[in-house]
Every structure is written in C-alpha cells, then in structure tokens.
Design a protein around this ligand. Structure first.
Ligand SMILES: Nc1nc2c(ncn2[C@@H]2O[C@H](COP(=O)(O)OP(=O)(O)O)[C@@H](O)[C@H]2O)c(=O)[nH]1
Ligand SMILES: [Mg+2]
Ligand SMILES: [Zn+2]
Length: 277
C-alpha cells in the first residue's frame, strides 16, 4: 500500500517520515538514488510497504543551508542581550530570507535581560515580531503558538540566542540548550542533525547557529529583497533605483525624515557595497 508523509529527519541513509502522526524509518528506492532524487528534510514523499521511499513530490521552495524544503515560515531568533543585539545581523538574515520569498517572523528573546527597544523599532516598521522570555514560567505560550499552527517553521539565528529554549517552550520538549560560556561570550553548537520537531499542528526545525552570513545577491536583487522599500521605490525617479547615489529617491527621503529606521538604511548600504554589480 502506498502512503504519503513528510521527511522529518535523515540519519545515516535512513529517512524518518511522519504520516498520520506515526513515524516510519525508510530507505530511498534504487530508482530515486540512481536519478539523484534524494529527499531532504521537509520533502513530501510517497512510500510503500512501510519500508521504501518511492517518490519525492515537487518542492514549494527550499533552502540550501540548512538543507530543508517546503518551508512556510522562517523565524529569525535574535536576543536583546547575551549575545548582544546586532541590527546588521538581523537585516542580513531578513534580506537573505525575503530574497527567496519566504515569510519571516522575528523573535526577540531575553526580554528579561535587555533593553527592548529593538523589538519596538522593528514592530514600528511593520515586521512580524514577537517579544519573549524563555525563563518566565508564567509566560503565555498559547498566544504565541498561533503564529506557528499548521506551518513548517525554520528557526535560524546566532548560537546562544535561545532557539532551542524557544522550541522547547513551544513544543513541550526538553532538547539540550547551550549554556553560554562567559569567557567567550557565546555558546557552543549543540544542534547538529537537521530534524523537524512537532507537537500536534506545530512543526519546527531547529538549526545550528552560525555567526556570519554572506550575501550572494546582486545590488538590484538586494534592493528588491528589502520588502519595506518596495512600495516606496515606486516613487523613486528611476525604476532601477538602488537608493544609493540616485537623485529623487523616496527611500532616502524616508530615511532622512526618520520614517525608515536609520540603522536599517545604513545596514542596507553596508550590504549594498558588498554585493555584486
Ligand atoms: N535570561 C534568558 N535566558 C535565555 C532566554 N532564552 C534562552 N536563554 C538562555 O540562553 C542560553 C542559550 O539558549 P539556547 O536555547 O541553547 O540557544 P540556541 O543556541 O540559539 O539554541 C541558555 O543558557 C538559555 O537558558 C531568555 O528568554 N532569557
Ligand atoms: Mg540550539
Ligand atoms: Zn530609490
């Protein structure tokens, strides 16, 4: 009998597939392997005899690092303190994800430790934002959970910002977290295998943290990946405006008039100077 499911984990050549709340450990068929159609985490697949994975369905989208498919939402986790909040790092994450047309949610963690201004800054710019405290036993997780229902969400962000802690709180799990090493000011990487964790209708992929991100976009692609510039750029004099040295630029006007977050424009220019022509 043919069944359908989603790949939640890959370990030493086996594919764990969830189908109707049951997990099956499968092998890829010879045909799939011969044609280099090896499934990745997030793939919707068909399998037979509870044993053999026979078909990978068309992907809605996929990311290369981490290698995952069919993502509905990328949650960028940033901490307000420990590690220190960096708007440049956040704007890099946003550009990379929005350039692939995937919805984003920014989760600001450690509201108990830091100055919460960055959260209100991004909220004022109409980003989807959450402010959370993983240490607060009385925190209302039920309200937060609505953001993740019936979605495959990828957690990304620097090591030590609280990705695993947030996942544990959302899914009632007990995955190992990173204790911050005070001397280095950053945690060790403990998350290794890419895996979908789930509880009822919430599916989340935790990813290893990484601390730098290269932008592989052209200057125009970068300009287009700043979603908040999109409406404004219609009022720029040139349709190819990259909001830098051009005259009569609405984005720059909004920057000068404090409608656009100062740091966001300045980070954009930093990335623009790194991007290809
Ligand atoms: N004070 C405080 N500490 C937090 C919060 N969230 C996570 N942590 C701590 O930050 C450290 C790193 O958390 P972890 O979830 O492993 O981060 P990850 O590397 O992004 O997965 C751990 O010591 C957590 O207990 C928070 O909201 N407030
Ligand atoms: Mg972690
Ligand atoms: Zn412009």
């Amino acid at each position: 009998m043919i069944k359908q499911g989603q790949v939640i984990k890959i370990i030493s050549g086996f594919f764990d597939v969830v189908s109707k709340n049951k997990i099956y450990r499968l092998r890829a068929s010879g045909t799939l392997r011969d044609n280099n159609l090896i499934p990745i985490v997030g793939d919707y697949v068909e399998f037979k005899n509870d044993l053999l994975l026979t078909k990978v369905k068309e992907r809605k989208n996929f990311l290369i690092r981490p290698k995952v498919a069919n993502i509905d939402l990328v949650a960028i986790i940033v901490s307000l303190s420990e590690p220190k909040f960096s708007s440049l790092l956040l704007d890099r994450f946003l550009a990379i994800i929005e350039s692939q047309n995937i919805s984003t949610l920014i989760i600001f963690t450690k509201s108990d430790l830091g100055n919460n201004k960055p959260y209100y800054d991004y909220l004022s710019q109409n980003f989807n934002c959450l402010l959370i405290n993983n240490k607060d036993k009385d925190f209302d997780w039920n309200k937060i959970k609505d953001n993740f229902k019936n979605k495959l969400t990828v957690f990304t962000g620097q090591t030590g910002v609280g990705k695993t802690s947030t996942l544990n709180n959302l899914l009632n799990k007990n995955e190992k977290t990173n204790e911050i090493s005070k001397s280095l000011g950053r945690g060790k990487h403990t998350t290794r295998v890419i895996e979908i964790f789930f509880d009822q209708d919430i599916r989340i992929i935790d990813t290893p943290g990484f601390s730098s991100l290269e932008i592989n976009l052209s200057k125009l692609e970068l300009a287009h990946s700043f979603f908040d510039f999109k409406e404004w750029s219609k009022k720029c004099k040139f349709s190819t405006c990259i909001h830098y040295k051009e005259i009569d630029c609405e984005v720059k006007r909004n920057y000068q008039n404090n409608i656009l977050l100062k740091s966001r424009y300045e980070n954009y220019i930093k990335m623009l100077l790194e991007a290809k022509d």
